[in-house]
Design a protein around this ligand. Structure first.
Ligand code: CTP
Ligand code: CA
Length: 224
């Protein structure tokens, strides 16, 4: 692979960004997914790269095209995303913008599930996926200096996100309200609250590109 020489405050820093949804197979033709477009994670990878970072972009099947000038690792499932992140380490920072499926099928079927002539419905059993953010945030050796999570909530955004930051052991949480009426999931704009050890900062509504730029600038400051 060619080395891309870049300049900027994040020059020489390796940063991992996860993005997009994951797909969890049910059978060879069906899967469980979510509405993440990958827009915020993609914008973030681009903004970090623009500040000189060497970015590894680990992405599920997103709807937006991947950023240019970064190392792209395409995955499908949460388990694959965890392996890709572990392979990409070490890093100065890791930002977890992916909407990882919380559950996979306990056993995905090798063959397409067929309708039963008598109308009996299939019963799907789930298993919990590994928490990629918590796994990295709680590493005892080789933990990135800065671990940033996102928290997509539909109610009590700040309270839920503050609890999530403590539970997962990450440094920052970028929280947002993804209720359908906000239009944030799949839309061009985002209204986020940044939660750090210092407290809570409500950012004004802005484009996902501007959220990404501001966040990248803050990451550069924190790593400086
Ligand atoms: N995350 C992750 N791996 C998972 C689940 C979530 O890395 N299996 C990361 C997301 O990328 C995000 C953060 O954890 O940065 C919070 O995700 P979220 O879905 O809001 O949190 P959960 O712990 O899954 O809680 P819940 O969905 O029940 O609110
Ligand atoms: Ca979740």
């Amino acid at each position: 692979t060619a080395t891309i020489l870049k300049e900027g405050p994040l020059q020489g820093r390796h940063i991992i960004v996860t993005s997009g949804p994951t797909h969890e197979p049910i059978d060879p033709v069906r899967y469980i997914a979510n509405r993440s477009s990958g827009a915020q994670g993609t914008a973030l990878a681009r903004a970090l790269s623009a500040l000189g970072a060497d970015v590894t972009f680990v992405t599920g099947p997103a709807r937006v095209p991947p950023p240019q000038g970064v190392r792209i690792v395409q995955v499908e499932t949460a388990n694959e995303m965890l392996s890709a992140v572990q392979t990409a380490l070490p890093a100065s920072a890791a930002v977890f913008a992916a909407a990882v499926a919380d559950w996979r099928l306990a056993e995905s079927r090798e063959q397409k599930i067929k309708k039963k002539p008598d109308g009996t419905l299939p019963v799907l059993q789930f298993a919990e996926n590994p928490d990629i953010l918590a796994t990295v945030a709680q590493m005892t050796q080789g933990r990135p200096d800065l671990v940033v999570g996102f928290a997509a909530e539909t109610e009590n955004v700040t309270a839920h996100a503050t609890a999530k930051r403590a539970r997962k052991g990450c440094d920052w949480i970028v929280a947002n309200d993804v209720s359908p009426e906000t239009g944030i999931m799949g839309g061009p704009d985002n209204t986020v609250t940044l939660i750090t050890e210092q407290g809570t900062e409500a950012w004004p509504n802005m484009s996902k590109t501007d959220v990404a730029r501001q966040l990248a600038a803050r990451i550069a400051e924190a790593l400086a």
